[in-house]
Design a protein around this ligand. Structure first.
Ligand code: ATP
Ligand code: MG
Length: 452
């Protein structure tokens, strides 16, 4: 995180997202501010509140993509929720506070994984001993065996045991026993079936599981596993025993409160033009529920109370029908930074097709390669694809970069279908090929509405 400067963050985002400099800059600064705040003295730290961001831009121009990539970068607890989720079921839908619980759960896993990694070496040593015990039970545990020569003393037997054990150990380390199976006991919480399966609300199910989890006993279960797998299982078990769960929980809550980031996508879907009936009531309800959380309140989670004051919220929406001003004023005010994303045109499409690490053209080439087909795109053909996408966006609906998917899919449909039968061929896609495949569809506006 120390060297994740705003510039560096934008650089990382640039690898996947073309253009949208403003939005990238805004999120980069916000992310860096989390780090800056951490460097402050305790009293000042409390005063610095995050500046929440509202990303506004038409559909398919990279809002969600920026969030997704940012999530990978930020080594902070980060979740993305859809505002519309909270209206789906019934009147208000999923409880808005659940996003804080999810974030805390995520932070908990993060901290736990980190702590486990620290003790993994120790756990590995323990696991090796346990597996050796299973392979060759120590003399004390062993049932009386008939003495080999009838005349073995206890010392002899112990020495003999030690030698064999060391031999086994080296075989184990050399991987010579990898094909062998052993029986081991694993502990897992068993859910009585039928209790929860029909309720259908995942919230409820999770809550029940949590509640029952403390009551239900750990039931040991016998399991057969190959040795490498068994070592992994035991290692995990030992590692969980070695870490201090109380500390993990404290640290997880601290991290959620201090550096958590929540991305609220589709926020425009809960905006409404003040009417007091129908779905609008529920939408406004969601906004009202969001208020205290964004403003800073305490949410109780199963791990303990979590304060939301310093959690950063990034909201995004296309705002094609509703406008940011249709959000209730209180909520608008809580997203002081506005980042606008621009509509994409031919030039951007051209770059999106080729430049990102996961560029579409690269993807198609790699996919066809698995069939032994070498797909090659002439520059002119990529130009043609980009301008086709731009044209269709203009003539029908502007769905941004998603149009590239539909155009490419149509363009390569036949190749994709026939690929397994094309014997190790090179396939060159030139402008003519693109025109052949697409020109009829483009000319007919109705047709392109349906197909592209
Ligand atoms: N600027 C861009 N650079 C590279 N790829 C992009 C860009 N914009 C969009 N894409 C690609 O287009 C697709 C849709 O983008 P994304 O999901 O970010 O849209 P969005 O802005 O969230 O739209 P919506 O408002 O409909 O949710 C993704 O596959 C994404 O990779
Ligand atoms: Mg989106």
């Amino acid at each position: 995180m120390d060297n994740l400067t705003p510039k560096k963050i934008v650089e990382e985002l640039d690898k996947y997202i073309i253009g949208q400099g403003n939005a990238k800059k805004a999120v980069a600064i916000a992310l860096r501010n989390r780090w800056r705040r951490q460097q402050l003295s305790e009293e000042l730290k409390d005063e610095v509140l995050p500046k929440n961001i509202l990303m506004i831009g038409p559909t398919g121009v990279g809002k969600t993509e920026i969030a997704r990539r940012l999530a990978k970068l930020a080594q902070a607890p980060f979740i993305k929720v859809e505002a519309s989720k909270f209206t789906e079921v019934g009147y208000v839908g999923r409880d808005v506070e659940s996003m804080i619980r999810d974030l805390t759960g995520l932070a908990l896993n993060m901290v736990k994984t980190e702590q486990m990694e620290k003790v993994l070496e120790k756990a590995g040593v323990l696991a090796e001993e346990k597996v050796l015990n299973l392979l060759l039970p120590p003399p004390k545990l062993r049932n009386k065996l008939p003495a080999v020569d009838g005349a073995e003393t206890v010392e002899d037997e112990n020495q003999h045991y030690k030698d064999t054990r060391e031999k086994l150990r080296s075989q184990l380390r050399e991987g010579k026993l990898d094909e062998r199976y052993i029986d081991l006991e694993v502990r897992e919480k068993v859910m009585p079936f039928g209790v929860v399966s029909n309720i259908g609300s995942d919230d409820l199910e999770i809550n029940l599981k949590e509640m029952l989890g403390n009551i239900l006993p750990d039931k040991p279960k016998r399991k057969k596993a190959r040795i490498p797998e068994a070592i992994k299982i035991i290692e995990q078990e030992e590692a969980s025993k070695l870490i201090d769960m109380d500390k993990v929980v404290t640290e997880a809550i601290e991290r959620t409160e201090q550096s958590g980031i929540i991305f609220i996508d589709e926020i425009d879907k809960v905006a409404s033009k003040g009417s007091s009936q129908g779905p609008d009531v529920s939408r406004e309800g969601v906004q009202r529920d969001l208020l205290p959380i964004v403003e800073g309140s305490t949410v109780s989670t199963k791990h303990g109370p979590v304060k939301t004051d310093h959690i950063l919220f990034v909201a995004a929406g296309a705002f094609s029908v509703a406008k940011p001003s249709d959000l209730i004023p209180e909520l608008q005010g809580r997203f002081p930074i506005r980042a606008e994303l621009e509509a994409l045109g031919k030039d951007e499409f051209l770059r999106i097709l080729r430049e990102p690490k996961n560029a579409l053209i690269k993807q198609y080439i790699a996919m066809m390669e698995t069939e032994g087909v070498q797909l090659k795109f002439k520059d002119e053909s990529v130009e043609e694809i980009a301008s086709t996408a731009a044209l269709v966006n203009e003539k029908t609906e502007n769905i941004g970069a998603r149009r590239l998917h539909t155009v490419l899919e149509k363009l390569l449909e036949d190749i994709s279908f026939d690929a397994p039968d094309l014997q190790d061929g090179d396939l060159l896609i030139d402008a003519e090929y693109v025109n052949n495949k697409l020109s009829d569809i483009i000319k007919d506006e109705d047709l392109s509405r349906y197909i592209l």
